[in-house]
Design a binder for this molecule. Structure first.
Ligand code: AMP
Length: 438
């Protein structure tokens, strides 16, 4: 969150009293930097491109002007928000509902992994605002009788770089074709990639660009460490550190869904309250995991990069990168889950013999060398036997789950985020492993 400047209020930005009061109810005292920049422009009916990350208050930056316009000309199916992940969609809906509660705004989420017929019924009630992931929205536009967005007034694209990176480009193009041209558009993106640039040229009218975050900075209250350990000892050191730090709230990022699940099962066998979150889980299970972690019923969340962006999880004390993120920018997103809103936090990145090259790129991006996280090898290695046993248990449990749920694809372990870039890096890591084995 940017530095607070108490001299500018929400009212100064041109927002009506109902919405200023809604901000106060949310505990928002003054606008954030992106809100200060974007809200006055959007209220003047400009198309806006906001370069801002999640965590900067950008949902308010687009949500408040949309709500103000909706209040002045109430209409069903007024605004569409496209967003890359299911969790983000639910988060945005929550903010719209909280801000628009006093004026009775209805908001609906349309994402994959949930029953389509039920969604079609809900769509029939014509909510004011739809928050959707592109694939499922397109399904409804093509298949749900009577549903169209011809009267839409506002289109928001949230995390546009991410939407296009996740190869929703085709879906987004198709959706844009069936939206009315006479509308306002706001596009938010953490980075201005060439794909986002293309989108901007094609569909925005004289957009005004606003940029707030200085690039790739991690917050000062975040202590960042690395730990160079052999790949086969990662579970041992993870357990050692979790024991040391006690009952804190921790997110552990793994690179694949299998290692996320395996590590969660292993930790549970050791008596930790660990819960997994990854893309292939059903939507209800994903939300369930997240809510249990948020409510502090579980203190350790094991996650793939599906959780590294966008999720507003308050009070995470530690982020542990069990695997080095393949895309350097994901490091910033992952560690951004801690030290939020002025709190302090610790990030620890495990670097194995296979991940040195990928890790060095992160140091280059950060332009700093991270301190080594202090550990005592002898104390960690006492756990070796017990961890081996817990790993065996996890393996058996996974085989049991496989039998129960049908065979998993044998071809390869799933990544939640298969982009060309990450696949290229993954292949390099594989080659490195082979080289080491020779
Ligand atoms: P976002 O970037 O929209 O995901 O917002 C990140 C977090 O900041 C959310 O928990 C919001 O409730 C919170 N937030 C948004 N605007 C403000 C504000 N003006 N003051 C304080 N917190 C805010």
């Amino acid at each position: 969150m940017a530095e607070e400047d108490v001299s500018v209020t929400f009212k100064d930005l041109g927002l009506i009293d109902e919405l200023c009061e809604a901000c106060t109810r949310m505990g928002w005292k003054v606008p954030t930097a992106i809100q200060k920049e974007a809200i006055p422009l959007a209220l003047k009916d400009k198309d806006v491109i906001g370069l801002a990350e999640t965590g900067s208050g950008k949902t308010g930056a687009f949500g408040l002007p949309v709500l103000q316009a909706l209040i002045s000309q109430p209409q069903r199916l007024f605004s569409l928000v496209l967003t890359p992940t299911r969790e983000l969609a639910f988060q945005i809906k929550e903010q719209f509902e909280a801000l628009g509660k006093a004026v009775g705004v209805t908001c609906m989420v349309i994402v994959g992994g949930m029953d389509m017929t039920q969604q079609a019924v809900e769509l029939g009630k014509r909510p004011h605002i739809i928050v959707a992931t592109p694939g499922r929205l397109l399904d409804h536009l093509e298949k749900t009788k009577g549903f169209n967005l011809k009267a839409l007034k506002y289109l928001i694209m949230d995390e546009a770089d991410r939407i296009l990176n996740m190869d929703f480009e085709e879906e987004v193009d198709k959706i844009l074709k069936v939206l009315p041209r006479e509308r306002r558009t706001m596009l938010f993106s953490a980075t201005m990639t060439s794909k986002v640039n293309k989108l901007q040229r094609a569909h925005l009218k004289d957009p005004v660009k606003v940029e707030v975050s200085s690039k790739y900075q991690t917050v000062i209250k975040l202590q960042q460490h690395m730990l160079f350990i052999p790949c086969k000892h990662k579970h041992i050191y993870l357990t050692y550190i979790l024991n040391e730090i006690g009952n804190q709230s921790v997110i552990v990022f793994c690179s694949t869904q299998l290692s996320t699940l395996k590590t969660a099962l292993m930790l549970r066998n050791l008596g930790f309250t660990a819960i997994p979150l990854y893309g292939k889980m059903s939507q209800n299970k994903r939300l369930g995991s997240l809510n249990k972690f948020k409510a502090k019923e579980r203190s350790i969340l094991l996650a793939t990069d599906v959780a590294s962006r966008g999720l507003d999880i308050p009070c995470v004390d530690y982020v542990i990168n069990f695997d080095v993120p393949l895309q350097s920018k994901d490091y910033i997103h992952r560690v951004g889950r801690t030290a939020r809103a002025g709190k302090s936090g610790v990030a620890i990145t495990f670097v194995s013999q296979y991940e040195v090259e990928v890790y060095q790129r992160i140091e280059q991006l950060l332009d700093t060398k991270l301190d080594v996280y202090p550990t005592v090898k002898e104390e960690a290695m006492i756990l070796e036997e017990r961890i081996a046993e817990a790993e065996r248990f996890a393996k058996l449990e996974m085989a049991r789950l496989d039998e129960k749920g049908g065979k998993r694809s044998k071809k390869r372990d799933y990544m939640d985020d298969d982009t060309e870039e990450s696949m290229g890096v993954r292949n390099r890591i594989k080659k490195n492993k082979k080289k080491f084995k020779k």
